[in-house]
Design a protein around this ligand. Structure first.
Ligand code: NAD
Length: 509
């Protein structure tokens, strides 16, 4: 990896410097039907990285048609799970082979520090590997015998792929979020149209190359780049899409759910959060500071499950806050490809402005700025923002209640366990929550009381492909990862047979 960010253009990107800035539809690389493009930038230096096809309804129609054909006429949906698993395993192997180059691509496009980008790509390969195994297991587990009370009948439930899935993903973990949808959908036997975020589409196009190299049949995975209101909306509204899997913000999720209601599409939503981390007085302060920092500053705080509300027992509040301030101010800020950098730039100008406006709003509401809040003076280019700590905000203040999606943590003291639980649950979100204490009985009690889909005890953020991921309340509907992620793409069919020679029709009874 270079010591400093290099300016790269699209025809220098990708394995062997051959990356294509085209849609991948029906196994073919295509320009946008309109020939229009949009640009994607490197947030570390604000330089244009690539011009990508601006997909619209016409491109989405072609992609859905290809996916529909590949599903309805096979061979994908009629292959055995073992066979589908072999393709997924091939994709995992290619991702592992291209690990360094994909990591570099993610750093350039998203801005995240190199080691974090490398985790993402390793986890992407791990996700394909995991669902390769689950695909194979479907061959034996896709049928369940049902015990009936009525004699003369036998019944069973089978699992079948839903059909054509449309996936829309955000920019914070670009390739990993793609894998959370593509791998289980293909494992289930669905075909897919993926619309990556217009902010970070490069590794999605690399995924198309990987699918091509793995020999995936034409139309099984189609990738269309473009804006949300154009390509995204066309995918959501398309009549031939059977399932929509969305990850992104609550307002977009809400719009998608409303549009999907028009033709009763199956929808799963992974949305935003404002997750609490509750630190009790018996917690080791150094450990707490470490997890608080990771919980809010990794990926520049652009993490749906970031523990952005920290509740600290009154007895240790002053010491903990002082230690947190010292450590936050030590964080090395810089381009993601510089060794030792822990905090890269925010993803783009929009996000940079949004986060700064949020901090200003918090301060105007009465919050105290403990540290941070600005672009470090040493940078004239790049969307860098200091790690920021705010305190003294009211429970019902905007800054305490709303997702900021940046390196900004709000800290508040609490008196009792009951108060901490009430404050933690007082949110329209319910994605994640964390608790720290040496008393594991207390941790378990608090974990049970949290109204959140993911709970961490004595840690914050570790995520495993085997475990369910998703939120309560406005943080979403459904679960990804593990077997839950596979079930997102499966329908259940009841098959009942009359086995007796005796007449049974109702008019004879
Ligand atoms: P966003 O909602 O702005 O965009 C997400 C995707 O939706 C993009 O691909 C965008 O092009 C598309 N889109 C936008 N408008 C659309 C429309 N009208 N129709 C169809 N598609 C449309 O979100 P973002 O800024 O990319 O991502 C940040 C958000 O994602 C945060 O709120 C974060 O919490 C959430 N997120 C959640 C999870 C999770 O697992 N729960 C994971 C990552 C990110």
């Amino acid at each position: 990896m270079a010591n400093q960010t290099n300016i790269k253009i699209i025809n220098q990107l990708g394995e062997g410097g051959k990356m294509r800035a085209k849609h991948f539809i029906n196994g073919q690389w295509q320009n946008a039907a309109s020939n229009e493009t949009f640009s994607t930038i490197n947030p570390a230096n604000e330089q244009v990285l690539a011009h990508l096809p601006a997909g619209n309804k016409e491109d989405i129609n072609a992609a859905v048609k290809a996916a529909r054909h590949a599903f309805d006429h096979g061979p994908w949906s009629t292959l055995s799970g073992v066979e589908r698993g072999q393709y997924l395993q091939k994709m995992a192997d290619i991702i592992n082979r291209r690990l360094e180059e994909l990591t570099e691509l993610e750093v350039l496009d998203n801005g995240k520090p190199y080691p974090e980008a490398k985790w993402d790509i390793e986890d992407t390969a791990g996700t394909f590997e995991f669902y390769a195994k689950l695909a194979a297991e479907l061959d034996d587990n896709s049928e369940q015998i049902i015990a009936l009370s009525e004699p003369g009948f036998s019944s069973r439930a089978t699992k079948e792929p839903i059909g054509v899935a449309g996936a829309i993903i955000p920019w914070n973990f670009p390739m990993l979020m793609a894998s959370w949808k593509v791998a289980p959908a293909l494992a289930a036997g669905c075909t897919m149209v993926l619309k990556p975020s217009e902010v970070t589409s490069l590794t999605a196009l690399a995924l198309a190359e990987i699918a091509e190299e793995a020999g995936l049949p034409a139309g099984v995975l189609n990738i269309v780049t473009g804006l949300g209101a154009e390509a995204g909306q066309a995918l959501v509204e398309h009549k031939d899409v059977d399932k929509l899997a969305f990850t992104g913000s609550v307002p977009t999720g809400s719009k998608i759910m409303a549009m999907a209601a028009n033709d009763i599409k199956n929808v799963s939503l992974e949305l935003g959060g404002k997750s609490p981390l509750v630190v009790f007085e018996d917690t080791d302060i150094e450990k707490a500071v470490e997890w608080i920092m990771f919980g809010i500053f990794w990926n520049q705080g652009q993490v749906c499950s970031a523990t952005s509300r920290v509740l600290v027992a009154e007895a240790i509040y002053p010491q903990l806050l002082a230690r947190l301030k010292i450590e936050a101010e030590k964080i090395t800020i810089g381009a993601g490809d510089i060794k030792g950098v822990l905090l890269g730039p925010l993803v783009n100008a929009t996000q940079f402005d949004k986060v700064q406006q949020a901090i200003a709003k918090g301060i105007s509401e009465g919050a105290t700025l403990v540290t941070g809040g600005k672009r470090p003076a040493s940078f004239t280019k790049g969307y860098y923002l200091q790690p920021t700590i705010l305190t003294d905000m009211a429970q019902d203040s905007w800054i305490w209640q709303e997702e900021i999606f940046g390196p900004v943590v709000c800290v508040k003291p609490f008196k009792t366990e009951a108060e901490a639980i009430a404050m933690a649950n007082d949110s329209r979100f319910g994605l994640a929550a964390a608790v720290m204490s040496k008393d594991l009985t207390r941790c378990e009690r608090v974990a049970k009381a949290f109204r959140a889909g993911i709970v961490w005890i004595n840690c914050s953020q570790p995520t495993f492909v085997e475990a369910p991921w998703g939120g309560y309340k406005q943080s979403g509907i459904g679960r990804e990862l593990g077997t839950w992620g596979l079930n997102n793409y499966l329908e259940t069919k009841q098959i009942t047979r009359y086995d007796s020679d005796e007449p049974w029709a109702w008019y004879i009874k």
